[in-house]
Design a protein around this ligand. Structure first.
Ligand code: ZN
Ligand code: FE
Length: 252
C-alpha cells in the first residue's frame, strides 16, 4: 500500500485525516477542521504537508486552510465553492486525477450536502475520502442539494469496490445506529450497531468503514428496503428522500 492514513478526532465530532505517500513522504490533510491540531499531528508524525484536499466549503472543513497554508506552504485543492470562505489554489472537477507524491487521487463530484461537494478516491489503495457525503450508517444532511442529487452521489460511492475503505469526516455513528435500529430488523445491522455502541463506549473511532459494510447496513443505501414503513415511493431516490426525512425528524 502506497498511501498511509492517520485519523484523529478534533473539534466536537470531526475527524482530522492525514494521508502520506510512502514513496516520496509527501503528505496531505483531507480538509482543515482544526489547523493547530493538524499541524501538531503532522509535526509529531514527521510528515511534510504539501497539499490540502478540501471536500466542501463548510467552515469545519475549509476553515483552517489559511493557517495550514501559511505554516506549511501546502497547495490547496478543492471545489470552487471553497473560495467563498477560504483560500483555494486549484478548483477541481469530476474525474481529475490529483497527485500526492507518487500516489494519485481521483476527484468524484458528489453534490447533495453542498452543491460543490467532492470526494477523493484512490483506486490503487482502495481508499475513499468522502467528507460529509457518506457517514458510517449515515449520510450528510441536504443543506444545498436535493434528495435526487444526493441519491445519485451516494450511488456513485456505492458503486466503488466493496473493499474500499471509507474515511468519513465526522463521528456520528452511534446516533446513526440508533436511527438504523428504529427502522431495520436485519440481524447483520443489529450486530453492527452493538459493535458500534461497544466501540464508542470505550472512545474508539468507528471510521473508516467500507463500501461493502455500508451497502449491507446503511439505512440510506437500504432505503428501498426500509422506506415502505415511512410512505409510498416509486423510485429509489424517493425512497431515499423518505429515509432522509425520517432521520431529520428522529430524536434519539
Ligand atoms: Zn459539512
Ligand atoms: Fe462537516
Amino acid at each position: 500500500m502506497a498511501l498511509e492514513v492517520r485519523l484523529f478526532p478534533c473539534l466536537s465530532d470531526n475527524y482530522a485525516i492525514l494521508v502520506r505517500d510512502q514513496l516520496t513522504g509527501e503528505a496531505a490533510t483531507i480538509d482543515t477542521p482544526d489547523a493547530s491540531a493538524i499541524l501538531e499531528a503532522a509535526e509529531r508524525l514527521g510528515w511534510r504537508l504539501t497539499r490540502v484536499f478540501n471536500t466542501h466549503w463548510h467552515p469545519d472543513h475549509a476553515g483552517g486552510n489559511a493557517a495550514v497554508q501559511s505554516a506549511t506552504g501546502a497547495i490547496i485543492y478543492g471545489p470552487s465553492e471553497v473560495s467563498r470562505i477560504a483560500p483555494l489554489d486549484y478548483a477541481v472537477t469530476e474525474g481529475e486525477v490529483l497527485e500526492l507524491g507518487a500516489s494519485r487521487l481521483t476527484v468524484l463530484e458528489t453534490p447533495g450536502h453542498t452543491n460543490g461537494h467532492v470526494c477523493f478516491y484512490s483506486p490503487e489503495d482502495h481508499i475513499a475520502f468522502v467528507g460529509d457525503t457518506m457517514f458510517a450508517l449515515g449520510c450528510g444532511r441536504l443543506f444545498e442539494g436535493t434528495a435526487q442529487t444526493m441519491w445519485s452521489s451516494l450511488s456513485k460511492l456505492a458503486a466503488l469496490p466493496d473493499e474500499t475503505l471509507v474515511y468519513c469526516a465526522h463521528e456520528y455513528t452511534a446516533s446513526n445506529a440508533r436511527f438504523a435500529l428504529s427502522l431495520d430488523q436485519d440481524a447483520v445491522v443489529a450486530a453492527r450497531c452493538q459493535e458500534i455502541f461497544d466501540r464508542r463506549a470505550t472512545g474508539k473511532p468507528t471510521v473508516p468503514t467500507t463500501i461493502g459494510l455500508e451497502k449491507a447496513t446503511n439505512p440510506f443505501l437500504r432505503a428501498s428496503v426500509l422506506a415502505s414503513s415511512l410512505g409510498s415511493f416509486s423510485s429509489p431516490d424517493e425512497a431515499f428522500a423518505l429515509v432522509r426525512g425520517a432521520k431529520d425528524a428522529f430524536k434519539g
